[in-house]
Design a protein around this ligand. Structure first.
Ligand code: ZN
Length: 301
């Protein structure tokens, strides 16, 4: 039994572009987001409010948010790692913020320069600030299915973060396979555990395709009733703080698989493939998307 309706959150403008060394002009980022909206994506993570020295590509976060064309049909969100990021996000006017907390200490220190306890301590204050300003705050757990520095992630480590997020009011939590280490069996086991323990949480899944298992992991998530998946157009991305992490599962490959399973996403596949093709030209390299290669052969891009 699979869910009837599935949502996709496009994270290409954030997770995808953060790896790109050459600065992409702000207007080009904003036009990418506009094209994604036109292709029918209803949830888009547009940027990160993180240290511009650590992720120079997204140093224009305020400007990107300022130039977004308001659309009440689309949920735009931005990533933060700490209170400073939250304050910038609030000032920018972004309506939704995702607070990312790592499931392991080593990743937490490398990714955000702080321990898990430090981040968790700030979380309730951040949630209060968000609530006061009318911002939706959701949570995401990085390296939820395995850490390149610490290896296996025990469920207890995940639960520490998930529990704190739930207590501070998050009702949407994404479990992110940041390094692409998850297996379908593990996805099912983790979801079965959390679904039973936290019945009021809407779960999202975020897979990187490092081992070519992202779509299989999505399928395992579907079988456990998950209805929200994150992906990047073209299969962009990786993580600047994780060696050899591949990009996210490509949005067009995900939409295609869901359509083959009879699950409607409302996303126009042809438009999406066109966007991926344009991104290849912009970035000057081949992207991991499968569907993009297929449409080239068919001569329709
Ligand atoms: Zn990611």
């Amino acid at each position: 039994m699979l869910p009837v309706k599935v949502w996709i959150r496009e994270v290409g403008p954030r997770d995808g572009l953060q790896m790109e060394k050459k600065f992409i002009p702000t207007e080009r980022k904003v036009s990418l987001i506009g094209s994604l909206v036109e292709a029918g994506l209803k949830k888009i993570e547009v940027t990160s409010f993180v240290n511009p020295k650590a992720v120079a590509q997204l140093k224009d976060a305020e400007e990107v948010v300022r130039l977004l064309k308001a659309n009440d049909q689309v949920e735009f969100s931005a990533l933060v790692l700490n209170k400073r990021g939250m304050e910038r996000a609030v000032a920018s006017g972004i309506p939704e913020v995702v607070l990312v907390v790592s499931a392991t200490e080593t990743h937490s220190l490398r990714n955000g320069g702080r321990s898990i306890s430090q981040v968790l301590q700030e979380m309730s204050r951040m949630a209060r600030l968000g609530a006061k300003e009318g911002i939706r705050l959701r949570g995401a757990v990085a390296v939820a299915f395995g850490c390149p520095f610490e290896g296996e992630v025990p469920v207890a480590a995940l639960e520490r973060v998930v529990g704190a997020m739930s207590e501070s009011g998050s009702r949407q939590i994404t479990l992110a396979d940041t390094a692409g280490l998850a297996s379908p069996v593990q996805v099912r086991r983790v979801l079965q555990f959390f679904r039973d323990q936290y019945r009021d949480i809407a779960w999202g899944l975020h897979f990187h395709d490092t081992r070519g298992l992202a779509l299989v992991n999505v399928y395992a998530g579907l079988e456990e009733g998950v209805t929200l998946f994150e992906s990047s157009v073209g299969g962009l991305g990786g993580c600047p703080f994780i060696p050899n992490a591949a990009g996210n599962v490509a949005t067009e490959d995900l939409v295609n698989m869901l359509a083959m399973l009879g699950l409607e996403t409302g996303v126009d596949l042809e438009k999406l493939v066109k966007i991926a093709g344009e991104l290849e030209s912009l970035l000057g390299r081949t992207l991991p998307s499968r569907l993009l290669r297929l449409s080239e052969q068919a001569g329709c891009v």
